[in-house]
Design a protein around this ligand. Structure first.
Ligand code: SDX
Length: 426
């Protein structure tokens, strides 16, 4: 017998169908709630509200499970390349050798950005935050590829352009902020070495990609690739549900990711750890400040999560990678020890344990990015490069599922009807 949920309101009973996903997540289908009862639901921050049915990413916040299209994040991070994972997320299956070669070569041949985009780029102040530049230039791509919003575009072509050009655009900001010449992509380099070369090569000397750095970045980008209906992904889906083009939708996602409570946390974490170091490394003081957040206004960035209430499986992998990468690179970063001390102190403090506040994906990632030579204000850009295939996959699924335009309701709490008072009488 199909399950249903019974609701009694104002003395009347109503029945709503329930549904269960492939991993046994359960939901009430309340599509007819307002028509039947005149009521809407209220769920600030959507903690209890499913916006869609999706076959892309499964996560279990209690068990610390994360899978892309059924493959565990642990398997993918240790055995796959970032472009293999990108193909998997977007097209639903791991690519065959032939599909992979076509995909990689298509991306390779679209890494150049239209030179006219430089004029937009050059209009920014040199110290513009790279996330602002990235979101603006990705949005501008819809002007350079107008078929993206004229309905007759080839979505796969736009997907290739986004994956291919984001690293190029991202490195422009960094090089310009240093007053260095920007680098062009090289077709003889793979995806991540190409990004590193554009980031760090200088015309005055040969740049050699360190395989340790390239491998660490491959893991980090895979770990960031998708995370079901998080804030920025929900933004991409909502914007795309109005039939806005893919570039505008992804640009909106970049803007949402920038927020310090979301992807912007990785930059905040390093700045917080540096503050603790400058303040003598007294982690207890900052734990106390976080516990009195209501008076201090201080949050322990990199801790807590909307969904993970046990541990963030990505944080576990990144923490181990941080040790490995710093040892291989011979980097001794005192901030790593402070981070471990902070984690240790927090995980033994009732305030954090009761609120299930554990390190999230952003807590250790910045330490690795810094060891790889990536500047702090580029950390969230790295998150965006990693999350791009997830945003694309979710946008594509939303369109293929023909999702209706997203339009939540509200409970109005403002003034009730009142007469207009002419200016001379006010
Ligand atoms: C990402 O959704 C995703 O999947 C996101 C992401 C992805 O891959 O897309 O995983 C990436 O965004 C990771 C999160 C990065 N953000 C941070 O590290 C910022 C610091 N963390 C918090 O601001 C907070 O934990 C959130 C926003 C991440 C989660 O907020 P919740 O679950 O809504 O928790 P809350 O704000 O309701 O807080 C619950 C309690 C509160 O205390 P009480 O009111 O119960 O007394 O926990 C406290 C909060 O004050 N709290 C913290 C805290 N986070 C929550 N106290 C100190 N430090 C913190 N970091």
């Amino acid at each position: 017998m199909a399950n249903s949920a019974e609701l009694t309101v104002d003395g009347k009973s109503f029945s709503f169908p329930t549904l269960e996903g492939s991993e046994h997540e359960k939901a009430f289908d309340i599509s007819s709630l307002r028509d039947q009862t005149g009521y809407v639901t209220l769920d600030r921050g959507y903690k209890n509200t499913g916006a869609t049915q999706s076959g892309i990413t499964f996560l279990d916040g209690e068990e610390g499970i994360l899978r892309y299209r059924g493959y565990s994040i642990e398997d993918l991070a240790s055995k796959a390349t970032f472009l293999e994972v990108s193909y998997l997320l977007i097209y639903g299956e791991l690519p065959t050798a032939e599909q992979y070669e076509t995909f990689v070569n298509s991306i390779r041949r679209h890494t150049l950005v239209n030179e006219d985009m430089r004029k937009i780029f050059d209009g920014f102040p040199v110290n513009a935050h790279p996330m602002c530049v990235l979101a603006s230039l990705v949005s501008a791509m819809s002007a350079f590829y107008p078929d993206s919003h004229e309905g007759n575009g080839n979505t796969d072509q736009h997907i290739i352009r986004l994956l291919a050009k984001l690293p190029t655009i991202a490195t422009w900001s960094y090089k310009r902020s240093l007053g260095h010449p920007t680098n062009y992509p090289k077709n003889n380099l793979d995806y991540i070495p190409n990004f590193l070369n554009m980031m760090f090569a200088l015309p005055v000397e040969e740049y050699k990609v360190d395989p340790v750095v390239a491998e660490a970045l491959n893991v980090l980008l895979i770990l960031h690739a998708d995370h079901e209906q998080n804030c920025s992904t929900s933004t991409v889906r909502l914007v795309g549900s109005s039939q806005a083009n893919i570039y505008s939708s992804i640009s909106a996602g970049i803007q949402a990711l920038w927020g310090p409570l979301h992807g912007g946390a990785n930059q905040e974490v390093i700045e917080m750890l540096e503050d603790i170091k400058a303040d003598g490394g007294d982690v207890g003081k900052y734990i106390d400040m976080a516990k009195n957040a209501k008076t201090t206004g201080f949050r322990l960035f990199g801790f807590g999560h909307r969904v993970y209430k046990n541990f963030d499986p990505r944080a576990k992998i990144i923490k181990k990678a941080a040790d490995d990468v710093l040892n291989k690179l011979g980097v001794n970063d005192p901030v790593l020890e402070i981070a471990k001390g902070l984690e240790e102190a927090a995980l033994n403090d009732p305030y954090f344990v009761q609120r299930k506040l554990y390190p999230n994906v952003d807590f250790y990632s910045g330490i690795i990015y810094r060891a790889l030579g990536i500047p702090t204000n580029m950390f969230t850009v790295m998150f965006a490069i990693g999350r791009l295939p997830g945003w694309i996959a979710q946008w594509k699924e939303m369109r293929e599922q023909k999702e209706p335009i997203g339009r939540p309701r509200q409970i109005y709490t403002g003034a009730t009807l009142r007469e207009f008072v002419p200016l001379e009488n006010r």
